[in-house]
Design a protein around this ligand. Structure first.
Ligand code: CA
Ligand code: CA
Ligand code: CA
Length: 128
């Protein structure tokens, strides 16, 4: 009985991962990310208070100060949707998280991408 439970839990938790990692190699490459992530949808999904911008504190969950300064082109310490759309692509995002620059995201490199994907999916399919 216990074995069955472990098996089904493993299946359930594997689902989200496999959704993005389409070739199932445990790594995310740029094609897998661009196939599933929509940056506009992610930005809307992450803006939980709906003010169409992110404070530095909100943005720090996903970026470091250096990245935020680069994106904050009018230097008002807020990242507007416009600034994100103008300054950020999925390729930029991928390169930013690919800490060892090997063209793959895995382990902690992929954490934020999975968070963004989960937010995007939750926003697209809100709980009833
Ligand atoms: Ca993969
Ligand atoms: Ca700004
Ligand atoms: Ca990497």
């Amino acid at each position: 009985m216990l074995l069955y439970i472990v098996f089904f839990v493993a299946l359930a938790t594997g689902q989200v991962t496999d959704d993005l990692d389409t070739d199932g190699d445990g790594h995310l490459n740029i094609n897998e990310v661009t196939a599933k992530l929509n940056l506009t949808a992610v930005v809307y999904a992450l803006d939980t208070d709906g003010d169409m911008q992110f404070t530095v504190a909100e943005a720090l969950e996903y970026f470091d100060h250096h990245m935020i300064n680069q994106l904050d082109t009018n230097h008002d310490h807020m990242l507007s949707f416009q600034e994100l759309m103008d300054g950020l692509t999925l390729a930029d995002l991928f390169a930013y998280y690919d800490a060892n620059d090997d063209g793959f995201l895995y382990g902690s490199e992929a954490d934020k991408i999975y968070q963004m994907y989960a937010a995007q999916q939750n926003a697209a399919n809100p709980m009833p």
